[in-house]
Design a binder for this molecule. Sequence first.
Ligand SMILES: [Zn+2]
Length: 231
Amino acid sequence: MQLLPNIYLLDGFAYAQHANFYLIHSEQGNVIVDAGTVSADLERAEQHLSRWGISLEQVDCLLLTHSHYDHVGNAAVLRERGATVIAGPGDAEGIVLADWRTAPYAAGFRVSACPVDRVVHDGDVIDACGFRFEVIHAPGHTDGSVIYQFRHAGQIIWFVGDVLMINNTHFEPELGWQGGEDFDKATYLQSLRRLAELPVDCILAGHYFPYLSQGQRLVGRAYVKALVEWR
Ligand SMILES: [Zn+2]
C-alpha cells in the first residue's frame, strides 16, 4: 500500500496486523523501517514486496525505531538477507543481546539476537539508497527510541516507532506502551516537549494509522495528553 511518494506500508494496520513496517523505495534501493514480530509478518511483507517486484535480498537498510520485540522480530533474518541494521543508543545493545530491552516478558518469547551495524545518535545523518534520514533521539518509551526524519517531496516525514500513534476515529494521539523496564515518564515528557517544537507534516507510527498532515499539531496534543495523564 503506497502512503506517500516512495513510501509504502509493507505490513501492519492496512493488513489487519498490529506492527507496521514501512518501505522507502527508489531505483537506487530499498530501506525498511522496523521489522515486525513473528516470521508470518515477514512472509506477508515479502508477498507485498513481490507485488512491486522487490525481493527481500534487495533490502539495503533496516532502520529500527527501538528494541521492542514487535519491531525487531525479523531483524536478524533481514540482516542475513543482506540489510544493514541501524538502531539507537542502548536499544542497539538490547537488539544485539536480545535481552530485557526487547521485552521478552511481554512477548512470551525471545526474539533472535541481531548484530547492529551502526548505532545512531541525535543529529546523526543516514545516507541510504539516495535518501537522507536525520536521527532524532526521543527517549522515554525506551531509552534508545529514535525517530527517523525524512524530508521528501516537500514534506517532513517522521517514522516515530512507539513515541506516539493514533488509534481511534477521533484522531487523538496515543502514547507508547508503558510496560518496558526502561520506560520513564519524566524522560518521555521531556522528549514530547522537545518534539512539539519541531516542524513535522507526516507521522508514520509503529502501530495503527498514518497521519499525513499537520503532524506538529498531533505531537503537541500528545504532549498535552502526557502532561494531563502523567504529571
Ligand atoms: Zn515499543
